[in-house]
Design a protein around this ligand. Structure first.
Ligand code: 0L1
Ligand code: MG
Length: 259
């Protein structure tokens, strides 16, 4: 019988010590998605017990290509905590991570509660106060960034840091499915994409999140919540000394330095 709390403690220690661990599924092939969300719940509780607060929800594996690659038909979710927040144009210390990667996303801030099980993209848009560009830094706690789906769910979907852009927009100020993004490190183009890569429209990702939370008995996404809707670009490795900038069509840019 697997001990979800023990597994969560192991993942928390990996994060705190910046030292990768082997996948849960390696020794426990029976470890499945339902058990994985139980470990994630335990991990979230451990962080809360340490005094950390949830800052945002996050969606992961939101592109059709990535879902097909991992043989799933719905994305996964996790949580961004307050200690993960880095200001725009701020700094990351490479020592704080195992093998960090960055991906460009759109974040939503809700004007009203959003609740599944039948949430739609249109309803999300009508209940959204702001959208803004964001960079998510992911850092798998597993060796070589290699894992199966239940492993990454247990690992809070690799959440590590977030950098929100300084400018916010009303949802009707942007064509949310047509935002082109280019991401550079040290002036070199490393990744690009268009926001439709996120389930056709990042607002759809928020609707899917609400429906998944409802299905998992986690209730509504409350007014004022922030949601990271999923990667528009592929995630690229960051290294000490890197200067990372992502430019979002019509939404400005977001950047950080790695020391
Ligand atoms: O935010 C994400 O899309 C990450 C989900 C987990 C997959 C990964 O760590 O590459
Ligand atoms: Mg992400």
């Amino acid at each position: 019988m697997l001990d979800c709390r023990e597994l969560a403690i192991r993942l928390l220690k990996a994060e705190e010590n910046h030292k990768a661990v082997s996948c849960i599924t390696e020794k426990n092939p029976e470890f499945d998605i339902a058990m994985a969300y139980q470990v994630q719940n335990e991990l979230v509780q451990l962080k809360k017990n340490q005094g950390h607060k949830i800052l945002a929800y996050k969606m992961g594996i939101t592109s059709q290509a990535k879902m097909k690659q991992m043989n799933i038909n719905e994305p996964i979710y996790g949580y961004i905590f307050d200690y993960m927040n880095v200001p725009d144009e701020g700094e990351l210390l490479i020592e704080d991570f195992i093998h960090p990667k960055v991906e460009a996303e759109i974040a939503f801030i809700l004007a009203e509660d959003v609740e599944g099980p039948n949430m739609t993209m249109e309803e999300v848009l009508s209940k959204t106060e702001w959208v803004l560009p964001a960079l998510e830094i992911i850092d798998s706690r597993y060796t070589d960034f290699v894992f199966k789906l239940p492993d990454v769910i247990a690992d809070n979907t690799s959440a590590a840091r977030v950098v929100f852009g300084k400018r916010r927009f009303r949802p009707n100020e942007c064509e949310l499915d047509e935002i082109g993004v280019t991401m550079f490190t040290n002036g070199e183009l490393r990744a690009d994409g268009v926001s439709a890569a996120v389930l056709g429209n990042p607002a759809n990702s928020v609707a899917v999140l609400a429906n998944m939370l409802s299905h998992n008995g986690k209730g509504k996404i409350a007014k004022g919540s922030i949601i990271l809707s999923g990667g528009i670009t592929e995630a690229i490795m960051v290294n000490k000394g890197d200067s990372v900038t992502a430019n979002y069509d019509g939404m400005g840019s977001v950047s950080f330095q790695v020391r």
